[in-house]
Design a protein around this ligand. Structure first.
Ligand SMILES: [Zn+2]
Length: 322
């Protein structure tokens, strides 16, 4: 449970490349939660940009209005969106995993359709905030209550990063802080949706694991099937996950060299397969960290798992109505 002040009921939404997830937060507790496959990535790949944008708006507004029928007391809606969000204006500048979504105002469009204030923020940043609020509300005797800084890494269709500094979400001057999925870990590597080559998310995301497996075997199969194969001992499937772990570890070692933050939380749908990456991740991280930092960085699976985004988005939206 997390504190929401005087505001009782809020809605949080996690927009993913594959899934759309909505949750209702009542006094800091998730009391209702729906998730469905919206396939926004596919919609963007298969339609002109303006058609894709209107489909995304319609699907999202319809889902919100269905939830509002059950929970009419919701006072604000927070959305975690996978993209670069301009500070202050909330304009979505670009979404590498939703091609064609450029310079759109989801907040203004949706608030007109659902008659509630809508806050839009980067998906990993809202998840980081959700995780941070959960640490704050833990046992006062816990050392984690003193944590003021953390990094959240969301492993999903892409890889997002969120930073909490001095207890506040840090989005950067252009809303581009912590775009760790676009740190280049393989020079001249795979082409990324952002336009560069060799970005970490091309290896460490669900999409990246599927691409690695395809490179190794010639077979294009879903990431869940690759996880099952890896657990059954399939060598190529294991390698695809290990490549994810190596690239993630190199990116995190570099971030820690810049920011010196002790707590890293791993969330997102791919965190369910952390067991397939963990050993190689820790070995690579330990080797890549500045020696004085070895053994001092805590990497943990996030507390809220894939609910962190809806919780953080809902909590941040309370600033619109408090
Ligand atoms: Zn990229």
């Amino acid at each position: 449970m997390v504190q929401t002040g005087k505001i009782n009921m809020l809605m949080g939404i996690d927009v993913g490349g594959t899934n759309l997830r909505l949750g209702i937060l009542d006094h800091g507790l998730v009391i209702d939660d729906i998730r469905f496959q919206a396939n926004f990535s596919e919609i963007c790949k298969n339609n002109p940009a303006d058609v894709a944008w209107h489909k995304i708006l319609e699907v999202t507004a319809n889902a919100i209005n269905e939830m509002l029928k059950k929970h009419p007391d919701v006072s604000a809606v927070g959305i975690g969106f996978p993209g670069f969000i301009a500070p202050n204006t909330q304009i979505i500048l670009q979404s590498p995993n939703l091609p064609g979504i450029l310079n759109v105002d989801l907040s203004a469009a949706l608030s007109a359709m659902i008659k509630r204030p809508v806050l839009v923020e980067n998906d990993a940043l809202v998840a980081a905030y959700g995780e941070f609020c959960s640490l704050k509300s833990h046992d006062k005797a816990s050392a984690k209550t003193r944590i003021q800084d953390l990094i959240y890494v969301g492993l999903g269709t892409g890889v997002g990063g969120g930073l909490i500094l001095n207890g506040q979400p840090f989005g950067g001057q252009h809303g581009m802080a912590m775009e760790i999925g676009h740190m280049i870990t393989v020079p001249n590597g795979r082409l990324c949706g952002c336009g560069n080559h060799g970005c970490m998310e091309q290896y460490a995301s669900a999409t990246g694991v599927a691409l690695s497996y395809q490179d190794l075997t010639g077979e294009a199969i879903a990431v869940d099937a690759i996880a099952r194969l890896a657990r059954a001992g399939d060598v190529e499937a294991i390698k695809a996950y290990e490549l994810a772990g190596v690239n993630l570890a190199i990116a995190i070692a570099n971030i820690v060299a810049v920011l010196d933050i002790r707590l890293i939380l791993i969330g997102g749908g791919m965190s369910h397969a952390w067991d397939l990456m963990a050993d190689v991740f820790h070995a690579t991280l330990n080797a890549a960290l500045i020696p004085v930092l070895r053994g001092k960085i805590e990497v943990e699976i996030s507390n809220f798992g894939d609910q962190a985004g809806i919780i953080g988005a809902a909590l941040l939206s309370s600033t619109l109505v408090s």
